[in-house]
Design a protein around this ligand. Structure first.
Ligand SMILES: Nc1ncnc2c1ncn2[C@@H]1O[C@H](COP(=O)(O)OP(=O)(O)OP(=O)(O)O)[C@@H](O)[C@H]1O
Ligand SMILES: [Mg+2]
Length: 407
């Protein structure tokens, strides 16, 4: 085989070794060294790598006993000379006897060839070959071969270094991710606790306002009602926030009951009569005649779903309008709906308004506080019941929000 052809084949094999994912680093070094020893026709060879700025370590060797042996760079070894000078070193019997040659006395032959492994202008190790099989010197061509394959050896080593550093980074990232998740959990728990604790004082205000509403004199009734309506909104916001978090975490068990659907609607309307009156609106109920129908659901959760839809209808309806609330059903499903004559929902928003914090347009009167959580709560609560929510609207006038539950 011609030397060129041989060289190409060695380079291909070293590249294959370096790319073989099944091989560990040590195995790769051993195999690469075997290729070097084979193509250089020598009995002995080793690969040393820099452990730190002061030490070289034998990583692979034809003499297994010296693997792991460390060599300090400050001592005048031939490999130290190669590292310091960043140059190959060739010594044979014709070389002037120097301190370097004496270091090799434990070897049989006189000819040694050491080549630095240089990556990014930095020496990362040394490859050395000796004990040439058929002669005791390395001619120019021999030396050229080792120098030519060195680039591929370096690539193999660098690939490994990169993979190792990637692994390390991955580990760090994983750890950070875990810490972040813990923090996030803590934050959510704290947040939920806080929100939950808000419910107590708000309930107290609601209860006291209720008492006040019975005793308030005519001129004060308006203020009390306004405070009641504000409190209802606040209570609703806090509840939505808390329940969405619980539903998302799957920590909200549903308490199922068999309920007549019209009962749900009447209960939902009851809490909103003040707001309807304040805005000069009317409720119209559309309920089927048959009253044998029963829905299996969590009463308080579905009441709040309907209340959220009604609250939206109230805030988006111009005063004087009518809001229709009702049900319709077939044998399989029951659908609750709330219809208003407000501005409607444009096509492109029909899905996203059910996402958290999604509001098409911030209300401009500055008096109505909202967070964009109502519909997100409705969706989570209805889906927890195995149902679906949606809206029908031509995007110009009026919308019909609905949710369907399996019967
Ligand atoms: N009946 C409706 N008519 C027109 N647009 C509506 C109607 N209901 C909801 N939307 C639009 O969908 C958005 C999301 O509604 P959602 O109930 O989730 O939030 P919100 O009412 O703005 O705030 P929150 O319910 O948290 O107080 C609203 O901001 C509004 O843009
Ligand atoms: Mg709302």
């Amino acid at each position: 085989m011609s030397p060129d052809r041989m060289l190409v084949e060695v380079i291909i094999r070293i590249t294959e070794i370096s790319n073989d994912r099944k091989l560990g680093f040590q195995e790769k070094l051993n195999k690469i060294l075997l290729e070097i020893v084979d193509c250089m026709q020598v009995n002995r060879g080793s690969i040393m790598l820099l452990k730190n700025r002061k030490t070289l370590e034998v990583m692979a060797s034809t003499n297994p006993e010296i693997i792991g042996v460390k060599q300090r760079l400050e001592v005048d070894f031939p490999s130290s000379w190669v590292v310091k000078n960043k140059k190959p070193l060739y010594v044979d019997s014709s070389s002037p006897c120097s301190f370097l040659v004496r270091q090799f006395q434990h070897y049989k032959g006189d000819a040694f060839f050491l080549v630095p492994l240089i990556s990014n202008d930095r020496v990362i190790g040394v490859v050395n070959v000796t004990n040439k099989i058929d002669s005791d010197f390395f001619n120019k061509e021999d030396r050229g071969i080792l120098l030519s394959i060195m680039g591929n050896v370096i690539i193999a080593l660098e690939n490994h270094r990169l993979a190792e550093s990637l692994k390390k980074q991955q580990k760090v990232l994983k750890k950070k991710n875990l810490e972040l998740r813990k923090l996030e959990k803590l934050r959510t728990e704290l947040f939920n606790m806080l929100i939950h604790d808000l419910k107590g004082p708000i309930s107290e205000i609601v209860a006291n306002l209720d008492i006040l509403s019975y005793t308030a004199k005519d001129e004060n009734i308006e203020f009390v009602e306004s405070a009641q309506s504000g409190c209802n909104t606040l209570y609703n916001m806090v509840s939505n926030l808390l329940d969405i978090a619980r539903l998302e975490e799957g920590k909200m068990p549903l308490i199922y009951e068999e309920i007549r659907p019209e009962e749900l609607i009447k209960e939902s309307i009851a809490g909103l009569l003040v707001s309807v009156k304040m805005k000069g609106l009317k409720f119209l109920e559309q309920l089927p005649d048959s009253d044998s129908l029963l829905v299996r659901c969590d009463r308080s959760m579905l009441t709040r779903v309907i209340q959220n839809l009604l609250t939206n209808a109230i805030s988006y309806s111009p005063s004087g309008e009518t809001i229709t609330v009702g049900i319709r059903h077939d044998l399989k499903d029951i659908e609750f709906f709330v219809k208003d004559n407000g501005p409607g929902v444009p096509e492109q928003y029909k899905e996203v308004i059910f996402d958290k914090y999604m509001q098409i347009d911030k209300k401009s009167d500055g008096r109505v506080y909202s967070t964009g959580l109502g519909l997100a709560f409705c969706k989570a609560a209805v889906e927890a019941h195995g149902g679906t929510v949606g809206v029908e609207s031509d995007g110009q006038k009026g919308s019909r929000f609905f949710f369907a539950l399996p019967l």
